[in-house]
Design a protein around this ligand. Structure first.
Ligand code: SF4
Length: 226
């Protein structure tokens, strides 16, 4: 049924780098002899996981070192200088969605007719897609690495499905145990600056699930929650 590649919900395994899909003629990328199929592995020593990473790590940089792996296995280290607003002219492979690890009672994927288009069967749970396209997540399988990324790269807004503010009900609806349904313990001070723009904010004010987050946030000197 699933024709699209998905990354398992709880894993740190990822393909290394991001693949270039297209290089615009006459662009900086073309001048650097980059080609479709090349993989950008890192920028200034920082690993690139997908095109969001590439955009974030190159934004505003006029001098940088970019590691590229050619399809032949050859490794290129490019020392690049560019004008401030100069674009690379590169398009990258699409982000492979992380898969949801819930079993919601009402999951729309279970209700799709068999003839529905394949993309409707993708059970994604991906903060990157939430930022890019407004996809909803439940944050029940978000990793610390992803949390850090949301904060560092300011991937906001994030669209979060709370489902229910009572933890027992939330766990029941999500089809998971309460420990995983309760995401309040995952929030740290770092989240103070991003939570304000999350769509769950209005729910958070009255939610038992989120109350601990607010308390921790208010205890922080970084807190700007009002
Ligand atoms: S979070 Fe629930 S509704 Fe959404 S894809 Fe996963 S199981 Fe389905």
């Amino acid at each position: 049924m699933y024709e699209f590649a998905v990354t398992p919900a709880v894993t740190q395994i990822r393909r290394r780098g991001v693949e270039i899909a297209e290089v615009a003629a006459g662009s900086l990328g073309a001048e650097l002899e980059l080609e479709p199929g090349d993989r950008v592995m890192s920028v200034n020593g920082r690993v690139v996981r997908d095109y969001l990473d590439f955009r974030f790590q190159t934004a505003g940089e006029t001098e940088m070192v970019v590691d590229v792996r050619k399809p032949s296995g050859e490794h290129w280290e490019l020392n690049i200088e560019r004008d401030e607003a100069e674009d690379f002219g590169l398009s990258f492979e699409q982000i492979v969605p992380r898969q949801c690890a819930n079993e919601c009672l009402f999951c729309f994927c279970k209700g799709n007719p068999e003839t529905a288009r394949p993309s409707l069967f993708v059970r994604d749970e991906d903060v990157r897609l939430s930022f890019l396209y407004g996809n909803y997540t439940t944050l029940t399988s978000i990793t610390d690495d992803e949390m850090r990324r949301v904060v560092e790269q300011r991937l906001t807004p994030q669209y979060v499905s709370v489902h229910a503010t009572d933890l027992d009900v939330r766990a029941y609806l999500l089809g998971i145990d309460k420990e995983r349904a309760d995401i309040s313990g995952r929030f740290t001070r770092r989240w103070c600056c991003v939570r304000r723009s999350m769509t769950a904010k209005s729910c958070a004010r009255r939610s038992l699930i989120w109350r601990n987050c607010i308390r921790a946030c208010r205890a922080s000197r970084l807190c700007r929650w009002d």
